[in-house]
Every structure is written in structure tokens, then in C-alpha cells.
Design a protein around this ligand. Structure first.
Ligand SMILES: [Zn+2]
Length: 104
């Protein structure tokens, strides 16, 4: 399985300095505002997914976590996706995601 960059720790895509979730890179002064907005939108989709799961609305939970993952690959979103897949009985797919998170 190919190695997956989960953006943790977050790095500036220009100079690879640690990204402190600010609009401008502290080192190269690169404009990271768009990336920050994308990451925030991914976090909002993830929160909607968790709220849907809490309300036992698995279809919406899946849809929202998928939208989150399209924008940003976070361990939390991948974990939630794996849980949702397992809850649907898709154990092989859930296990594959687990292996991705472990870097295998
Ligand atoms: Zn930079």
C-alpha cells in the first residue's frame, strides 16, 4: 500500500516549514489563506458528519465525511470513515483504512 501523507504535522507546501494554521507562512511569507479555508471547510464537514452519526443518520454521516476527506486527509476523518464503514458491515474496507492510518 502506498504511503499516505496525512498532513500531520502540517507543513508549508512552499518551504516545508511547520504550518501554524495561519494565513501566512512565518518563514517564507507564502500566502496560505486558501489552504486554511479548505482545511476549515473540511473540519466543518467532519463536524457535520459527527453530528449526523450522533443523530443516527448514517447516510448523511457518510456523505459529510466523504466531503471532508475530498478536501483534507486528516486522521480523525479517516478514523470516522473506517468506523462508518464497519458500522455498515464493510469490514474489509474499514480494515484497509486502518492500515492506511498505520502507514502500511
Ligand atoms: Zn513557507
Amino acid at each position: 500500500m502506498t504511503e499516505l501523507d496525512l498532513h500531520e504535522p502540517l507543513l508549508c507546501p512552499i518551504c516545508r516549514a511547520p504550518w501554524k494554521d495561519e494565513d501566512t507562512c512565518y518563514r517564507c511569507k507564502g500566502d496560505l489563506a486558501v489552504l486554511r479555508r479548505i482545511r476549515k471547510e473540511a473540519a466543518l464537514f467532519l463536524e457535520r458528519s459527527k453530528a449526523s452519526l450522533k443523530a443516527s443518520n448514517l447516510r448523511d454521516a457518510q456523505a459529510f465525511v466523504d466531503e471532508s476527506l475530498k478536501l483534507f486527509l486528516s486522521r480523525e476523518a479517516i478514523s470516522l470513515k473506517a468506523c462508518l464503514l464497519a458500522k455498515e458491515g464493510q469490514f474489509q474496507s474499514a480494515y484497509r483504512l486502518f492500515l492506511v492510518m498505520r502507514g502500511r
